[in-house]
Design a protein around this ligand. Structure first.
Ligand code: B4P
Length: 192
């Protein structure tokens, strides 16, 4: 089973690229943000915990994110691979992910960070909000809070994956298809 992780700050295109990659490879695309938004929509207990935190641009607790991932593996038992987008997001989630993967005898194959200038990220998120309104995209101060949280809690996990020898960064600025080509070009041979 192959595991690809697409990472990057809010608006970097991880959802967009992860979906394209999963379709191209026949893998399952897992966006923890999408799962949480569906739970909020359905008004579940998890959705209630998530709503206040996400709307203000904060993370859900690590235990909640990890529980969601445990369920993902129980649900998709026959897939050949996963593209994770938005998980792991903290050091604690990186460690927990490895524990979750033990029964499946696998580890992440590649961690791809999308790099995009902050001015472009702001433009994309405000633009998305005008088409598909989301509370966490609706206010520039919440968007900037998410950037700071990314720098403080998520960007440091690059070091974790560098130490495992699977980190790579991609220029995420440019046309969606151009960025996709860059991603395809760094995939390990065994995945292509
Ligand atoms: P996410 O759903 O991951 O939201 P996001 O960071 O905004 O990224 P998204 O994938 O949606 O956007 P993308 O960059 O593709 O998380 C939402 C929230 O959920 C988090 O803030 C957190 O509260 C919570 N959460 C999720 N996972 C968690 C975890 N593991 N632990 C704790 N909390 C968690 O695209 C942005 C826009 O840019 C789109 O409109 C897209 O069309 C556009 N775009 C993409 N590529 C482009 C390109 N090349 N050029 C121009 N526009 C482009």
């Amino acid at each position: 089973m192959f595991i690809v992780i697409i990472a990057g700050p809010p608006g970097s295109g991880k959802g967009t690229q992860a979906q394209m990659l999963a379709e191209n490879m026949g893998f399952v695309h897992i966006s923890t943000g999408d799962i949480l938004r569906r739970e909020i929509e359905a008004g579940t207990e998890l959705g209630k915990i998530a709503k206040a935190r996400i709307d203000d641009g904060n993370f859900v607790p690590d235990s909640v994110a990890c529980e969601m991932i445990v369920n993902v593996f129980k649900t998709h038992t026959d897939t050949t691979g996963f593209v994770f987008d938005g998980f792991p997001r903290t050091f604690s989630q990186c460690g927990a992910f490895e524990e979750i993967l033990i029964p499946y005898n696998t580890l992440p194959d590649i961690f791809i960070e999308l790099k995009v200038p902050e001015s472009e990220l702001e433009k994309r998120l405000l633009n998305r909000n005008s088409v598909l309104p989301r509370p966490d995209d609706s206010d520039i101060s919440i968007i900037r809070h998410r950037f700071r949280l990314y720098e403080e809690k998520t960007a440091p996990i690059n070091e974790w994956y560098k130490s495992k020898g699977i980190y790579t960064s991609i220029n995420g600025d440019g046309d969606v298809n151009q960025v996709f080509e860059r991603i395809i070009s760094v995939l390990p041979e065994k995945i292509k």
